[in-house]
Design a protein around this ligand. Sequence first.
Ligand SMILES: [Ca+2]
Length: 71
Amino acid sequence: MLGDVDGNKSVTAADARLALRAAVGLETYPAGTREFLAADVDLSETLTAADARLILRRAVGFTDAEWGKKA
Ligand SMILES: [Ca+2]
């Protein structure tokens, strides 16, 4: 599920944390893995702070146009 990096079936700040850790190299999610696909919410095929930002926004209830759409 998009945004659910830890796989617990909900999108929370914990998922944003993992995405941010991946963006700075503290977690390694190879392309194509479940974690990578969940974290790449802007479908840019890279994990960046922008993904973490979108996940955190989703966790607190915002809906962003970039979510699940290629830029
Ligand atoms: Ca989750």
